[in-house]
Design a binder for this molecule. Sequence first.
Ligand SMILES: [Zn+2]
Length: 400
Amino acid sequence: MHDAVWLNANLATMTPHGAIVDGALAVRQGRISWVGPRSAWKDKAHEEHDARGAWMLPGFVDCHTHLVYAGTRAHEFELRLQGASYEDIAKAGGGIVSTVRATRSASEAELLALAQKRLERWIAEGTAVIEVKSGYGLDRETELKMLRVARRLGGVTVKTTFLGAHAVPEEYKGRADAYIDLVRKEVLPAAEAEKLVDAVDAFCERIAFNRHQTARVFTAAEKLKLPVKLHADQLSDLGGAALAAKHGALSADHLEYTSDSGVEAMARARTVAVLLPGAFYFLRETRLPPIAALRRHRVPIALGTDHNPGSSPLSSPLLAMNLACTLFHLTPDEALAGFTINGARALGMQETHGSLEVGKAADLALWEVEAPAELAYAIGANPCVGRIRLYASAQIGSGP
Ligand SMILES: [Zn+2]
């Protein structure tokens, strides 16, 4: 006996089997227990729901955000429109450093209220999982505060990523190696001791950390048996993608300047490519990520909003999908996979999320569209008409 069944639903399964028109999907104890054409449904369920011809998809997985922060950077937007570059602003003491100042002085309760309010926009668009990075503290106290706030967010499953190596804080100016020592020896171990870290990330770029410094963060993560990810090759080719692959990273993110050999290394290491069209659009970048090479080498492509106050103030998975299609020439199917199965892969959650398959989380969304491609096509529309969220509550009851 199943707990509930949805009939009269079209199912975008996000598996190689494709879509099931006029399907049925049942759940038991927070997990999907039956998927198939309605005509084949012969079982029984305690509750029977009519999906009224809506499309059912797995809840979205946004695998790259910087959702927890205080302050706004609208003024920098004005400056950039007058001709200043992202690097100019960073060198002039703006950029990440100004968000660090605001985030350090905000209380945990203030940060939580701000982030939860932002998160409601993802929830309204059928999101099941969101990844949230630290990286606006750049000191022990604030990095841990950000991760605690992320863990307290409600309404979705949260994955936390430690990004202590996001930028060199002002008090370590000119002493990046000493700051990396602090991250490795003090801040990351303290965050891990509080069980606040699901993965470790770094920003490998001319305006942040070099390959050697990044590798030192990775080896510290490996000692703690934590998976790694990387902000790689966004503004220049520092070989970040290949470095991430060498360390078996879950994902390498951005990738605008990644070379063919970087893509090959990712394919060998099964590292997911996370593309972030919001930052590309907002910074008016022109160098496209190597989409053809990623396809040729069958590297899974995930998408994220990269929500952050400086380079991607984007709060909409749907708009991110549209941008990925218009700017990066992804197909709508690729964009949907980017926010479902491949987003789950980028977080190491592909066994439980990202597709409609028996055994996976009953964390789903219903969409009033004629075809799933409409989700990547429309700009500024939100046809989400329902969420089914039974997985999280079932997990709470079942213990560790
Ligand atoms: Zn980012």
